[in-house]
Design a protein around this ligand. Structure first.
Ligand SMILES: CC(C)(COP(=O)(O)OP(=O)(O)OC[C@H]1O[C@@H](n2cnc3c(N)ncnc32)[C@H](O)[C@@H]1OP(=O)(O)O)[C@@H](O)C(=O)NCCC(=O)NCCS
Length: 179
């Protein structure tokens, strides 16, 4: 378990699965994702087996104050141990949004990836329609560095998938300045 101020993150356990599935299947999350298909309990159990055995593609519960107060999840996606880079994703559960947990979680995750996991570059992909996430990610230090054009189909139309990244040196500069 990793702690950072009044938040932290830990492994996903079986007891967390219901809450994670309900949040995942909520329209506000589902329609932001690359794959907007609703997840069933059986599919989620298979997913849980998979993420539990994989060190480079996994999911963690974000909590506040104590480990049982789960406020969201973050995903480590395709950690590349040779090139020291990784993709990440995050979902703060609905009732905890707009309280500063998103920005604090980005800071916590960057600190962990850059300072403990020796990652050199972190990147994320966000649909151009996901304004909240694009703003929050840039407020956390990510910079837009490209896009995969017309690669997300939503509401009857193709949208760009925006690529954001932050390097270790950018992270150090950004968070030193923010102090
Ligand atoms: C994106 C997300 C993680 C942000 O988490 P959050 O806890 O709600 O964010 P915070 O409360 O820390 O606020 C983020 C910042 O973005 C700002 N912001 C968010 N949406 C905004 C908007 N539409 N216009 C202007 N500012 C906006 C907030 O004001 C805040 O900045 P501030 O502290 O300077 O006021 C959350 O909304 C979420 O989980 N969304 C659904 C899943 C998702 O899209 N995930 C992709 C993330 S990679």
């Amino acid at each position: 378990m990793i702690r950072f101020e009044n938040i932290g993150f830990r492994a996903v356990e079986k007891d967390d699965l219901n809450q994670i599935r309900l949040e995942h299947n909520d329209e506000s999350v589902l329609l932001m994702l690359r794959d907007p298909r609703i997840i069933t309990e059986v599919q989620q159990n298979q997913w849980f087996e998979k993420i539990s055995c994989n060190r480079n593609n996994t999911v963690y519960c974000i909590f506040t104050d104590k480990p049982e107060n789960v406020i969201g999840v973050w995903k480590l996606q395709d950690l590349d141990e040779t090139n020291r880079c990784t993709e990440m994703g995050m979902d703060i559960f609905r009732k905890f949004r707009n309280k500063g947990f998103g920005l604090k979680s980005f800071h916590m995750i960057f600190k962990y990836l850059f300072e403990s996991m020796n990652v050199h570059t972190v990147y994320a992909k966000v649909g151009e329609y996901n304004e909240t996430s694009l703003i929050a990610a840039q407020k956390a230090g990510f910079k837009i560095c490209g896009k995969i054009p017309e690669s997300l189909f939503r509401n009857g139309k193709y949208y760009d998938n925006v690529i954001l990244a932050i390097t270790f040196s950018e992270y150090k500069k950004f968070y030193q300045k923010a102090k």
